[in-house]
Structures are given as C-alpha cells and as structure tokens.
Design a protein around this ligand. Sequence first.
Ligand code: NAD
Length: 260
Amino acid sequence: MTGRILAGRTAVVTGSNSGIGLGIAEALAAAGADLVINSFTDDAQDHELAERLSAEHGVKARYIRGDMAKPADCRALVEKAGRCDILVNNAGIQHVAPIPDFPAERWDAIIAINLNSAFHTSAVALPMMRAAGWGRIVNIASAHGLTASPFKSAYVAAKHGVVGLTKVTALETATDPITCNAICPGYVLTPIVEKQIPDQMKTHSMSREDVIAKVMLARQPSGEFATVEQLGGTAVFLCSDAAAQITGTTISVDGGWTAL
Ligand code: NAD
C-alpha cells in the first residue's frame, strides 16, 4: 500500500509507545494520517516520540496519556483526541500461569486492558465516525483470539472476546461507511514477547535460541516472527478503500499458525 491514502484522517492508537502499536502508528502516519499516540506512562520520551512521528511523516501527532485499564481514561482518550476516523485498539498485557495459581488481580487487569478498553473507546469513537461519515476500527486480537494455549487463560479469554466484539461492532455499523476488523498476529518480537524469554529459558532449561525456535515459533509454521511493519501494512490495508467491504472478520498474520 503506497501513497498518502489516509491524508486528512485522524488515527487514535492505544498503547502505541512501543511494539506493534508503534509500528501501526508509523505506518498510518506514513500513509498520511494524523496521529494520537497513547500509553499510561506520560514520560518525556512519549512526547518526543510524537514530535518525531510528526517531523518524519509530515503529519500532526500528539501524545495523550490514558490508562487503558480504566474505563474513564479510555473514554477520555477518544474525547480528548476530538476526532477519531481510525481507532486502533492495541494496548495489551500478558501473564502466564496455571488457572489455580493465576492471580485474580492479573486476570482483571488483562480483561480490562486487552478487552474492556476496546469497548469503551469504540463507544465514544462510533458516534464521531458516524458524524464524520467514515470510520475504521482495527482491533488487535491475536492467534490466541482463535486458538488457545495452556497457562494463558486471561489472555485467550480476552482475545476471543475482542474477536466477538469485532463481529458485533461490524454488525451494528454494517450500513454505515464504517468497518471493524481484528488483526490476529502470531508471535512478533516486541517487548511483551522479549519479557517471556527468560522465564521460558528457565522453565525449559533451554538457550534463548532454542526457546525462540522450539517453544515460541514451534506453532508458527513459517519459523519466523511476524514484524511490526507487516502489521502496520495490514492496518493500512484495512483502512484503504479496497477494504471497504471487509468487516466483522479476522486477518491472521501468523506464518500459518491457525492453518495447523
Ligand atoms: P508491547 O508490550 O510492546 O506493547 C504494549 C503496549 O501497550 C505498550 O505501548 C504499552 O505502553 C501499552 N500499554 C500496556 N498497558 C497499558 C495501559 N494500562 N494503558 C495504556 N497503554 C498500555 O507489546 P506488543 O507485542 O506490541 O503488543 C501490542 C498488542 O499486540 C497487544 O494487544 C498484544 O496482545 C498483541 N499481540 C502481540 C503479539 C506478539 O507476539 N508481540 C502477538 C499477538 C498479539
């Protein structure tokens, strides 16, 4: 997808100061969209990142703090953006433990950040999109929105929920010029995945290379991580005119994981 096909649009990307969210924000900006980037941190680097994206891509880019664990912050993020033609619900966290040992507080946080936030931001964004006469919602689910793994109860439940919310949002907007889809990445080497490697090395008594090849990518037939650039390109495609009749579905970017 080339050219500034999203010029004049404003994109709000939750959890976009690193990893996939940042990769998607970069791709949307390269396609000409103005940006609102977000995290819960509000560090100097967050504001510098917005300045860099603005300068590099010739778009307006702002950082707005908001804790996606909190419904009021989710809603305020979109309200403060003032305009939201493209909403990318990307913020997410992970915790890995068997169900009897899974801390209730981690369950609640994962469901709040990975699932509930998408409901709250969408609730505010949809009237804005209807008023503007155009809108795109891109929910970042996961291969774990379509399949399961042991020890990831909250994450798998949240991501299956995101896929369900995506379908309902698409049906409620089916006769509007608005689409809602979910991208389902397999493993992408971002901080959320980096953090899991030392634990997996200990659990399996394996080297870093073996954990990557034999544990993480064992379910990814391509044997390669997906990249944030590939996810950015997929998000831009979903925002393009070519995707205007694609709604309520999932696009897997998982090297064949869900074909197994
Ligand atoms: P990451 O840790 O690099 O990024 C997570 C982002 O969410 C960060 O920008 C962080 O600041 C933000 N965030 C976390 N808690 C937040 C909160 N309470 N409020 C606001 N922002 C918050 O991880 P990532 O791999 O880029 O993950 C992004 C999304 O992609 C997540 O929803 C994740 O579940 C999904 N995903 C990742 C992979 C993968 O292999 N990396 C695979 C499938 C799906």
